[in-house]
Design a protein around this ligand. Structure first.
Ligand code: ZN
Length: 296
């Protein structure tokens, strides 16, 4: 059995795994995100201590990142608001320490790829994976290829209508204020309501507003990319009562304009939680590593 390393590099923790796939997980750990030097030395030391020969390591990272393999800064975290991580050669540090080929993409593209290989996007070629947690981000595939471009999409920073009278909260995005991440991420919920979102009960008005904002963003993505499915993951979406509310809001906003059963009677199967649960990102990183080896 060929083994791969997977790293989901997040702003608060690095999830690491040694696996051949979702049903063959050999070892798993979490390392808190501190400085780049400390975090990366603990991550690579853990893989070395596992003593399993790895065919490759995949990384899905928070960003912004450089995901272009032909760029001199491929595998770098670039202009992140986490200042100590700016211009960090993440892929290079792992490659040098473990002496293995390294595959690299955004955290959300990795999660999307994991869902494509083993989860809720099997059999699809155009779909999105959106995370709603500490931040909001989106990745996915179009016509069977992971979404890149100039750099990579920044779906968390789109603008949505913001009724300042109904919701005077200015938003928390340091770059834009009231982009969708600024209005609807976990830290936005915390700042608007003054309490940990995990303590807000399902009947709190916070969730009606949250479902509305997320539906507004989703409708934009549906209109631009025509995805066959949208997977919603991340900490905020573990509140599963949000799903029916978001589906209903999306249908109201689209107003039967896009005529397809997926957006009408089959919407429960269109806006869905991840098939891999909380492991989409780290298993997606394993899938990136597998893909790299099969391409060599
Ligand atoms: Zn923003």
């Amino acid at each position: 059995m060929r083994l791969y390393g997977g790293i989901e590099a997040g702003g608060t923790k690095f999830n690491c795994i040694v696996a051949a796939g979702p049903d063959q997980v050999i070892a798993e750990t979490r390392v808190p995100t501190t400085t780049p030097e400390e975090t990366l030395s603990r991550v690579t030391a853990w893989f070395q201590a596992c003593q399993h020969p790895l065919a490759a390591v995949g990384i899905g990272s928070f960003g912004p990142v450089d995901p272009n393999p032909s760029s001199p800064t491929f595998g770098y975290i670039t202009s992140t608001p986490k200042l100590s991580w700016q211009n960090t050669d993440l892929a290079g540090a792992v490659r040098r320490a473990l002496n293995v080929p390294v595959a690299f993409d955004t955290d959300v593209n990795a999660a999307a790829f994991g869902e494509y290989c083993w989860g809720a996007a099997r059999g699809l070629d155009t779909f999105l994976y959106i995370t709603v947690g500490t931040g909001i981000g989106g990745g996915g595939m179009v016509a069977g290829r992971r979404l890149h471009g100039l750099l990579h999409p920044e779906m968390g920073h789109v603008r949505v209508p913001h009724d300042w009278q109904a919701d005077p909260f200015p938003g928390v995005c340091p770059f834009h204020g009231d982009c969708i991440e600024g209005l609807a991420s976990g830290p936005a919920l915390q700042a608007r309501w003054g309490q940990d979102p995990a303590t807000l009960p399902p009947n709190h008005p916070a969730w009606e507003l949250e479902a509305r904002y997320l539906a507004l963003a989703l409708v934009n993505y549906v209109c631009v990319l025509s995805p066959q499915r949208i997977i919603l993951g991340g900490g905020v979406m573990t509140n599963d009562f949000l799903f029916p509310r978001i589906r209903q809001e999306v249908q109201q906003l689209l107003n039967s304009y896009i005529v397809h059963p997926a957006l009408l009677e089959q919407i429960d199967n269109y806006i869905v939680p991840p098939g891999l649960g909380e492991r989409s990102g780290v298993l997606g990183a394993v899938a990136l590593a597998q893909e790299l080896v099969s391409a060599i």
